[in-house]
Design a protein around this ligand. Structure first.
Ligand code: GUN
Length: 292
């Protein structure tokens, strides 16, 4: 069984970013990312803080906007419009989920698609479906695909089962795996909470992408011998014995599933660091594409 290391692959992606950033700076341009957080959800705050730190480590221009939970739709649209017009900003990310009174789809549509480094704008969703390489692909599925490529997992002709149909992970993951080229060319099945007899489907999978959002959901009985499992889950579960009182676990019951696998990602230490690395890569790409 191979343990696929997220931090190791993320390091490689970040080194590529670093090279590109040095080149861009030599041409007088510094890639800039703006991360907008509305409200004070603790998990979101932690994500936003680590994105900001990673930008600074790499020498990217980073703008972190923390807005109160009472921010109105109009005020948030105003913030997005300013960032769209700011030439120092190449990437814009509005942390999801926003407070309930915010119409998230409308905010996403207001972001300039050329700065939509999350890949959530309808233009970028369409570009992914069209296999147009100028589009932006959501960071988490892009990171999962990169993990498969770097681990030498052949996706061509493989049966990949994606569990989860979200716009952030499941849907774009399925599109990436079925696209032509490296990390693609797979036969893809998308399963979700309404799927009948999930186990009968996942047991056919050569590759399973678990993006369900339920702790330790995928069990040994769901997985065939020799499968590759990518665990996208980041679930907070109570752990009174720890300092924080909680710990992070994946969607996969790692201890029982891992022995059956050819390769698997742990949580933590798997997909998590890849999401941020791909965000940096998307920001560098947005900057490059903005140049004449
Ligand atoms: N919340 C959880 N993951 C993401 C992500 O990739 N982008 C944004 N904007 N919000 C998220």
């Amino acid at each position: 069984m191979t343990l696929i290391s997220g931090p190791q692959v993320a390091e490689k992606v970040l080194a590529e970013c670093q090279r590109d950033i040095t080149e861009l700076k030599a041409r007088g341009v510094t890639p800039g990312l703006a991360v907008v957080l509305v409200g004070d959800d603790p998990a979101s705050r932690a994500y936003v803080r680590s994105k900001d730190k990673k930008c600074r480590d790499l020498g990217l221009h980073s703008v972190k906007l923390e807005l109160p939970a009472t921010t109105s739709q109009a005020e948030l649209l105003e913030v997005v419009a300013k960032l769209n017009a700011d030439p120092a900003i190449h990437g814009i990310l509005v942390q999801s989920p926003p407070p309930k009174h915010i119409d998230e789809a409308a905010i996403v549509r207001a972001i300039d698609p050329a700065k939509d480094v999350d890949g959530f704008h309808p233009v970028n969703v369409a570009k992914l479906a069209l296999e147009d390489p100028t589009g932006f692909v959501p960071c988490t599925p892009l990171g999962c695909q990169r993990l498969l490529i770097e681990a030498g997992i052949e996706t061509k002709g493989a049966h990949a089962v994606v569990i989860g149909r979200s716009m952030i992970v499941g849907k774009p993951m399925a599109l990436l795996l079925m696209a032509k080229g490296p990390g693609g060319d797979a036969t893809v099945t998308v399963a979700h909470s309404r799927t009948r007899d999930l186990g009968a489907i996942t047991r056919q999978a050569d590759i399973i992408i678990a993006a369900i959002g339920r702790p330790h959901f995928l069990k040994a009985e769901h997985v065939k011998e020799g499968a590759v499992v990518i665990d996208v889950g980041i679930n907070r579960v109570e752990a009174p014995e720890t300092e924080k009182g909680y710990k992070l676990v994946g969607d996969v019951a790692f201890d029982e599933v891992a022995p059956k696998c050819r390769a698997i990602t742990p949580v933590p230490g798997g997909v998590g660091p890849m999401t941020i690395a791909m965000l940096m890569a998307n920001t560098v790409k947005a900057c490059k594409q903005s140049l004449p």
